[in-house]
Write a protein that binds this ligand. Structure first.
Ligand code: CDM
Ligand code: ATP
Length: 302
């Protein structure tokens, strides 16, 4: 039985993972944040956030949270607090999580959990702030939150916050984690990080400039491969099935395939013991689909 049953007032909501199909850093602002260009691809795989509104104004995490994350630091709890502070509402909520996305993997797990809380509570608390205000609130929690609030595959610029929704072709991914926790803030400070790349053009990406040709690769990849033997070993193993790429600031990697069968065959050929799995690229966030079902009157089950 679910730890968060519908019979006790819980509802369940997807918090999808993302991949950065490439990532280049074009500069550093006076406030230390980096300007970058990336393409976010949402996946049909991720965490499940459980919510149960409460009328006493208390925001509480229920059950085990993400490993080692204190309740007060949890981005889901902070998202609910930001929303309540912004609106001066007196609502509360119990929050639970089924954590599937490896932490520190560049898959945006914490950011997606927070975005799901913002989007769903906006509805359950009857606030109706709308997507633009929710995305702006999300940006206070992390650079990756707005993409999950908006829920569309996107070309991103600025510090990752200037988003242009784009359509991406269907794709399946062999996704892998070397079990290394890559700390985003530390990697942005790395002395050997290329932070003056020439800006790419969105048209170039969309017309299929190949990342494997080195035109659109990930600035963190050489840094992490030099620092982390486990990442280097994973790249070597994945090279037997295609062109591995890093997502976000790592340490997760992926190889793209045009169809499910090719991805499954490739995964099956990898050496045993590798932490690799299959994920489908989404056309849009599964959270948007769930909200549509909910708005049509049928609440997802707990
Ligand atoms: C690498 C990406 O995952 C690409 O999607 C994101 O840019 C990082 O997003 P995130 O994990 O939500 O990161 P945040 O929590 O906002 O930032 C963590 C730290 O990374 C650095 N940071 C982040 C984003 C950015 N454009 N420039 C930066 O220099 C800052 O030192 C910041 O304090
Ligand atoms: N609900 C949460 N789930 C996961 N991590 C959380 C959560 N709340 C706070 N955190 C903190 O956020 C950190 C980053 O976790 P996350 O899984 O988002 O990493 P990431 O995928 O590398 O992020 P990104 O790609 O956005 O840089 C964790 O190490 C943890 O300290």
């Amino acid at each position: 039985m679910s730890a968060f049953p519908a019979s006790e007032g819980w509802s369940a909501w997807p918090a999808p993972a993302k991949l950065n199909l490439f990532l280049r850093i074009t500069g550093r602002r006076a406030d230390g944040y980096h300007t970058l260009q990336t393409v976010f691809r949402l996946l049909d795989w991720g965490d499940v956030v459980h919510l149960r509104p409460r009328r006493d104004g208390v925001i509480a995490r229920v059950g085990a949270g993400a490993d080692g994350v204190a309740e007060a630091d949890d981005l889901m709890v902070r998202a609910a607090e930001v929303l309540r502070n912004e609106t001066n509402c007196s609502e509360g909520v119990d929050i639970g999580i089924e954590k599937n996305i490896p932490m520190g993997g560049g898959f945006g797990g914490g950011s997606s959990d927070a975005a799901t809380v913002l989007v769903v509570l906006d509805r359950l608390w009857g606030l109706n702030l709308g997507v633009d205000r929710l995305a702006a609130l999300g940006l206070q929690l992390g650079a990756d939150v707005p993409i999950f609030v908006r829920g569309h595959n996107a070309w991103a610029e600025g510090v990752g916050d200037l988003l242009t929704a784009i359509d991406l072709p269907p794709a399946w991914y062999a996704v892998a984690s070397p079990g290394v926790h890559a700390t985003t803030a530390a990697l942005f400070q790395a002395h050997d990080l290329t932070r003056n790349a020439a800006p790419a053009k969105i048209a170039g990406f969309l017309s299929g400039i190949s990342p494997s040709g080195g035109v659109l690769d990930n600035a963190f990849e050489p840094v992490l491969r030099r620092r982390e033997p486990a990442v280097e070993a994973l790249f070597t193993a994945l090279a037997s099935i295609g062109t591995p790429r890093l997502t976000g600031s790592g340490s997760g990697c992926f190889v793209e395939f045009a169809d499910r069968e090719s991805a499954e065959t490739a995964l099956a050929s990898l050496p045993p013991g590798l932490n690799a799995w299959l994920a489908r690229g989404a056309d849009r966030s599964p959270l948007l689909d769930a909200m549509e079902v909910f708005n049509a009157g049928a609440s997802p089950s707990g």
